[in-house]
Ligand binder design. Structure first.
Ligand code: PGA
Length: 256
């Protein structure tokens, strides 16, 4: 898959049914379609109707925030990829730090989920990123490298080419503290080099690598302007149509 500019909104556990539909409709009205993709990762209850709302819009895609790796069965409270596909989901966020922390998702489980998503023809948005203590100890690059190696590097070059990566330093998520454009660029560069080392320069160059962690309208232009930052995975600021559209429009204003 060629590299793309992407603004992905992760609604997390926010918005009741009606509120979510209002947000999706407002996004549709306020976003001016461009070459960049706008991906909406809504709670499960919204997926079908939001899918209807965004139907036929070439710049909009529908994502789930999680999935179960098994096809079906006795997994109370979980959701299968077949269910997600049946309502038009095209992307699945995997390994968000909140899932890793609160639901104990390991690199090994995430490898299984990555395989399942790809087998179903959907696109994983694979999240990685370090805690503050790891950043302060200076071991963040090897920590993120292990996350990527253990969950993704079993893939063939062809399958790896279907992955979107989101680098989300945990200390920047929901805290209002954003990684500086230089910090984001440095880690994205490292990730691209890891991919080039494992596969080749073309696979690395084609991989979309998003930054996540307090992306806002006020910092999106500078972040997205970094040569190895292809967009953002946005939490809080994706819950207001105006803010998320301003972030999406940042692509037109940055160099990359
Ligand atoms: P935030 O969340 O934009 O609210 O920091 C980002 C994320 O968790 O994906």
């Amino acid at each position: 898959m060629p590299r793309k500019n992407i603004a992905a909104g992760n609604w997390k556990m926010n918005k009741n049914y009606e509120e979510g539909l209002v947000l999706a409709r407002n996004l549709l009205v306020k976003s001016s379609a461009s070459d960049a993709l706008m991906i909406l990762a809504t709670p499960f209850i919204h997926l079908k109707e939001v899918g209807e709302i965004i139907k036929g819009q070439p710049h909009l895609r529908l994502a789930a925030q999680n999935c179960h790796p098994e096809k079906s069965g006795a997994y109370t409270g979980e959701i299968s990829l077949d269910m997600l596909k049946s309502v038009g989901v095209t992307h699945v966020i995997l390994g968000h730090s909140e899932r890793r922390e609160y639901f104990h998702e390991s690199n090994e489980l995430l490898a299984q989920k990555v395989n399942a998503v790809l087998e179903n023809g959907l696109t994983p948005i694979f999240c990685c990123g370090e805690r503050l203590d790891i950043r302060e100890a200076g071991t963040h690059v090897s920590y993120v490298a292990d996350q990527i190696k253990e969950s993704l590097f079993h893939l063939s070059a062809e399958d790896f080419g279907k992955i979107i990566i989101a680098y989300e330093p945990i200390w920047a998520i929901g805290t209002g503290v954003t990684a500086s454009p230089e910090q984001a660029q440095a880690m994205h560069r490292e990730i691209r080099q890891m991919i080039a080392g494992k596969y080749n320069a073309t696979v690395a160059d084609n991989c979309s690598i998003l930054y996540g962690g307090s992306v806002k309208p006020g910092n999106a232009v500078e972040l997205f302007g970094q040569p190895d930052v292809d967009g953002g995975l946005v939490g809080g600021a994706s819950l207001k149509a105006e803010d998320f559209c301003a972030i999406y429009d940042a692509f037109g204003k940055s160099e990359s």
